[in-house]
Design a protein around this ligand. Structure first.
Ligand code: FUL
Length: 703
């Protein structure tokens, strides 16, 4: 070899050695520092409290007297403490909701907390949450609604100056915030300083978001900005708390190809739920969901607090898909979280701590098909179990489909697998498969797509093995995997499901056989001594059924409860001449949530009248909107009337179903006082979209 050649090849070796030691080049859109911190939090709570808490509504009109707000026992520490016990890392406080009442002593409007009798007008809800968060080591964020149904200037440029001044106050007086949350409900009718009119705004241009967010960036540089389409964190597109099975942290907001539209027509939702593979922006999804059916406190929902296992399921479907989980909690009129809510949060937190305490893959021997630059010390798979989200196993640039054998020292049983990428280098992996060594051969136990900040696979059954294989089946660039974990959920019985048919017969069913099911009808917790369920039973009055499964070893499931209105047995639709093709009228009273009455093909009808067969003392009505994720025909303004002869009608309630579009849960319409009647009529005054209206269920709650 001559000298020149020797020098060239030597420097080639040195170069390629040095080159292969360099970290992988970042790939695609990347998270900012604030976004990284946000990912690390995984979960936080959203606190709704305000005039709606006292009016029993979900949206205030803007004409509420601040004097109604008086949380005499308000205790921010109790509320933030409950969130902390649930494993949440921060709280977002709704400082102003659509009703416009500012819960801090703002200089921007008279409509604020100083006009409430609470603490003689000297209170400041934000300040109390700041202090509680500091004491408990929790982070604080704010929600200041852009839509303001109180402000006289809403709709004209003057309001934007006010809104920005409100944000500036919130940004300057309450320390460092982790998020500035901007909801997407925008424009509509309202009080507007007495005008009581409909005000529509141009959602894209009215708020001048670029200039508004520039204020956030300069005053709260470590906060992420949440909005329907970011810019830092995007709305996942539903208020049910789940992201898509495939969920990319990157997003390019745009209309999809015609051919790719989902069957249900939910184009925007579908896009945000999944994100965009190799999207232009790092804009991960936040999954928001209230702990109860509504965002604000309603005594009628005290028995409808989501159970710890329901929350766990949502955790897998949000945090487990690389998104964030934002659970709505609602202090009551006293200013406290109800005991049911506190217990559910605590038990959920206990479950998480129990499940994720022990990574069964820790101590395993990892054998990778490729390690970047052959340098295990720098990029080897040992980093997968070190609990550092940013240390990682990487491959050479050209290796996109590596494999990893995970040799567990002894056989382990698990049902949850966790993978994480070092997202500082982008979202690189697009698909993978995992095999388990069972009966002396590889058996594929799961395949999945996106990973990103976190991917949890909850297997349908436990797997017991001493050897696993991870196969990366798709990647846009060489991989940078930071975590591999195996976890085991404690065994548990699934809670039974309670339903009632049109004849008033209650069924209680379980997905798998259990030793026994016990139930109560008086609101108490079912125990082994409560009535045993062996066949369906009649339950025609309004009331609550609670049920629980038991196994031989005294293991008990969570309690399921179902609040029923009056039984619909014997109810008849009156006054409709012909069947409506799109959905028959009887669907509105068949106790079947999935079927619905529809006049979408027959615009002539404005209402549906029902004969309940006997005179009853009616305390409230219920309206369940269609449950198929479409909005056509969902009423957002209604009238309820009653009659005693089916001829002469008296209007007894009218109003709006606030937030029904984003959160289409059962609406309860409480009457001022009970009314005796045999007939009632529901009329849709306005619908979200479509010509005609739809009803999944109508119900009556009696005294
Ligand atoms: C929505 C609002 O309209 C709801 O009332 C609630 O605040 C939810 C979290 O955001 O946009």
């Amino acid at each position: 070899m001559n000298k020149l050649v020797a020098t060239i090849s030597f420097s080639f070796i040195i170069n390629s050695f040095a080159f292969s030691q360099a970290p992988p080049k970042p790939y695609g859109a990347l998270p900012t520092k604030a976004q990284l911190k946000w990912h690390e939090m995984e979960m936080y709570c959203l606190i709704h409290f305000g005039v709606d808490t006292y009016t029993d509504k979900e949206w205030g009109y803007g004409d509420e007297d601040p004097a109604i707000l008086n949380p005499v026992h308000f205790n921010a520490e109790q509320i933030v403490g409950a969130a902390k016990a649930g494993g949440f890392k921060g709280v977002v406080v709704v400082a102003k909701h659509h009703d416009g009442l500012c819960l801090w002593p703002t200089k921007t409007t008279e409509h604020n907390i100083t006009k409430s009798p609470w603490k003689n007008g000297k209170g400041d809800i934000m300040k109390e949450y700041r202090a509680a968060c500091d004491k408990l080591g929790m982070q604080l964020g704010v929600y200041c609604s852009p839509w303001d149904r109180n402000n006289p200037q809403y709709g004209i440029p003057g309001y934007i100056t006010i809104y920005r001044a409100q944000l500036k106050e919130l940004y300057s007086n309450y320390g460092s915030l982790f998020i500035s949350w901007h909801d997407g409900a925008n424009g509509g009718d309202g009080y507007y300083g007495g005008a009581r009119e409909l005000r529509k705004i141009d959602r894209t241009n009215y708020y001048g978001w670029d200039s508004t967010f520039a204020i956030t960036r300069s005053m709260q540089p470590s906060a992420v900005i949440f909005g329907d389409i970011g810019p830092d964190v995007r709305w996942v597109g539903n208020e049910e708390g789940y992201a898509g099975e495939t969920c990319w942290a990157t997003f390019t907001p745009q209309a999809p190809d015609e051919g790719k539209k989902p069957a249900n027509g939910y184009v925007k939702y579908w896009l945000a739920t999944e994100g965009t593979k190799n999207g232009d922006y790092w804009m991960p999804a936040e999954c928001d969901v209230p702990l109860r059916p509504g965002w604000f406190y309603h005594a009628s929902q005290d028995e409808q607090v989501k159970s710890p296992y329901t929350l766990l399921d949502l955790y897998y479907k949000s945090v487990g898909r690389g998104a964030g989980l934002d659970v709505g909690i609602a202090p009551n009129r006293e200013g406290l979280l109800q005991a049911n809510d506190v217990t559910a949060l605590k038990q959920f937190g206990d479950l998480l701590r129990q499940i994720f305490k022990t990574n069964l893959a820790k101590g395993a021997r990892f054998t990778a098909s490729n390690i970047r630059g052959n340098s295990a010390a720098k990029y080897g798979p040992a980093f997968l179990t070190d609990n550092d989200r940013y240390s990682y196993w990487a491959t050479d640039d050209a290796v996109l489909n590596p494999q990893l054998i995970i040799d567990l020292a002894t056989k382990q049983t698990f049902n949850v697998i966790r993978l994480r990428e070092n997202i500082k280098l982008g979202q690189r992996i697009t698909s993978f498969a995992i095999d388990a060594w069972i009966n002396s051969e590889w058996k594929e136990i799961t395949t999945a797509t996106s990973i990103g900040a976190n991917r949890l696979i909850r297997l349908p059954q436990n797997i017991t093995t001493n050897k696993l294989r991870l196969r990366i089946t798709g990647a846009g660039a060489c991989i940078a995997l930071s975590d591999f974990g195996l976890f085991k959920e404690p065994p548990h019985l699934t809670a039974p499901v309670i339903s009632r048919d049109k004849k008033g017969q209650v069924q209680i069913i379980t997905t798998a056989p259990v030793a026994s099911i016990h139930y109560t009808l008086d609101g108490t917790e079912p125990t082994l001594r409560s009535a045993a369920y062996d066949k369906s039973f009649p339950f025609v009055t309004a009331g609550i059924v609670k049920a629980r499964s038991f196994e031989m070893n005294n293991q008990a499931s969570e309690i399921s409860s179902h609040q029923f209105g009056l039984s619909k047995s014997g109810w008849k639709i009156i006054g409709l001449k012909e069947m409506i093709v799109a959905g028959k009228p009887e669907n509105a009273i068949d106790e079947e949530e999935s079927t619905f009455y529809s006049t979408l093909n027959d615009q002539g009808l404005a209402g549906i009248s029902i004969d309940i067969g006997r005179t009853e003392s009616i305390k409230a009505f219920t309206y369940l909107p269609r449950q198929d994720k479409k909005t056509d025909g969902i009423a957002d303004k209604y009238i309820f009337s009653v009659s005693n002869d089916g001829q002469h009608w008296e209007q007894v309630a009218a109003g709006e179903f606030s937030n029904i579009k984003a959160n289409p849960v059962e609406q309860v319409i409480q009457l001022d006082h009970a009314i005796r009647a045999q007939y009632f009529r529901f009329s849709a005054v306005h619908v979200i979209s479509g010509n005609g209206f739809t009803v999944a269920e109508l119900g009556v709650i009696t005294e």
